[in-house]
Ligand binder design. Structure first.
Ligand code: NAD
Length: 284
C-alpha cells in the first residue's frame, strides 16, 4: 500500500493562526532582524519565505545587508548593536557566510534570548539537558511532524542521515531525549558502504544531507516513517534527498518535498520569535 503523505503546510497554518492571536499581546509589535553578508544565492529563498511569513503575521522584518568583504569584527559589532536594541526581538544571521568569517565563532555573539534559530552554543547545549526553550526550527519541525502523526519514538530504531550542527546533531539529541534508539549516519557511513544497511533498519528515518536521491527507495524498511529534510534544486524543480516514488511504495508515512518540513520550519521560526519576545518580557 502506498505511504500516506505527512504534510507540513496544514500544521503551519494552525501555528500561524495561533501566533496571530499571541502577537496582539505585544503593543509595540515584534521585529525580526535579518543579517545577510555578501551575495549568497543559497539564502535568497529562505529570506523570501521569512519576509512573507513575517508580513502575513504583521511582524516587522528588518533586513541588514553587509558587503562581501565584511570582517568578523564588523559583523559581530552589528550583532552586538542589535542585541542591545530593545525594539529587536529576534536576530538571524543568514548562512552561508563569506569564507573570511568563521560562522561558529559568530553564533555565540547572538543574545541567547534573541537567538530564534537556536544556534547560539548556549541554546544548542541546553538540548542535551532537555532544557532548551528555543530549538532550531528545522529540528523542531521534524519533531512536530512526528508528534502530529502520533509516531511513538520510545524504543524505536530511528536513523538520522546527516550530522550537521544545525540539523542532524541537535535532532539526534532530541530523539534520544524521547528514548528512541538513535543512529546517526554521515558521509563516512556512505563512503564505507554501510549507509543502506543502517537505513534498512530504520523504523523512523530522517534524512538531512542535501543530495538528491542519496537515499534509494528500495533501502527503506517496509512500513517505515520517512522524513525528508533535504532541499535540492534540480532543473528548476525542488526535490528532497530520498527517491520519493520508490520510497513511498514501501513507507507507511512520508513527507513530500516541497510541502513537508520546509513550510513548517518557517512557521516555527516565527513561533520562536514570539517565544523569544515572551522570554525578553519576562526578563526585563
Ligand atoms: P550540511 O551540508 O551542513 O550537512 C550535511 C550532512 O550530510 C553532513 O553531516 C555530511 O556528513 C552528510 N552527508 C553528506 N553526503 C552524504 C552522503 N552521501 N551520505 C550520507 N551522509 C552524507 O547540510 P545541512 O545544513 O544539515 O542541510 C541538509 C539538507 O537539509 C540540505 O538540503 C538543506 O537545504 C536542507 N535544509 C532544509 C531545511 C528545511 O527547512 N526544510 C532547513 C535546513 C536545511
Amino acid at each position: 500500500m502506498p505511504a500516506k503523505l505527512l504534510e507540513g503546510s496544514p500544521i503551519a497554518v494552525k501555528i500561524k493562526e495561533q501566533l496571530k492571536k499571541e502577537i496582539l499581546d505585544f503593543d509595540k509589535g515584534l521585529v525580526l532582524a535579518s543579517i545577510q553578508v555578501g551575495e549568497n544565492s543559497g539564502s535568497v529563498s529562505y529570506i523570501k519565505a521569512q519576509t512573507k511569513a513575517a508580513e502575513d503575521l504583521g511582524i516587522e522584518y528588518r533586513p541588514y545587508k553587509l558587503g562581501d568583504a565584511t570582517t568578523k569584527v564588523e559583523l559581530t559589532a552589528l550583532i552586538t548593536k542589535l542585541n542591545s536594541d530593545r525594539s529587536v526581538n529576534g536576530i538571524i544571521v543568514q548562512m552561508p557566510l563569506p569564507k573570511q568569517i568563521d560562522y561558529k565563532g559568530v553564533l555565540s555573539f547572538i543574545d541567547p534570548l534573541k537567538d530564534i534559530e537556536g544556534v547560539n552554543p548556549e541554546n544548542l547545549g541546553k538540548i542535551i539537558l532537555a532544557k532548551s526553550k528555543i530549538l532550531p526550527p528545522t529540528v523542531a519541525a521534524v519533531m512536530e511532524l512526528l508528534e502530529t502523526a502520533k509516531v511513538k519514538l520510545y524504543g524505536k530504531e530511528v536513523v538520522v542521515v546527516g550530522a550537521s550542527e544545525i540539523v542532524g546533531k541537535p535532532l539526534s539529541m532530541l530523539l534520544l531525549n524521547k528514548f528512541a534508539t538513535t543512529t546517526v549516519c554521515h558521509i563516512a557511513t556512505f563512503e564505507s558502504g554501510k549507509l543502506s544497511s543502517h537505513v534498512n533498519r530504520a523504523e523512523v528515518l530522517v534524512v538531512a544531507v542535501g543530495k538528491a536521491g542519496v537515499i534509494k527507495g528500495d533501502w527503506i524498511k517496509e512500513g517505515a516513517v520517512v522524513i525528508d529534510v533535504g532541499i535540492n534544486r534540480i532543473n528548476d524543480k525542488i526535490v528532497g534527498d530520498v527517491d520519493f516514488v520508490t520510497a513511498a511504495s514501501k513507507a507507511s508515512l512520508i513527507t513530500p518535498v516541497p510541502g513537508g518540513v520546509g513550510p513548517l520550519t518557517t512557521a516555527i521560526l516565527m513561533r520562536n520569535l514570539v517565544e523569544a519576545a515572551k522570554l525578553q518580557r519576562a526578563n526585563s
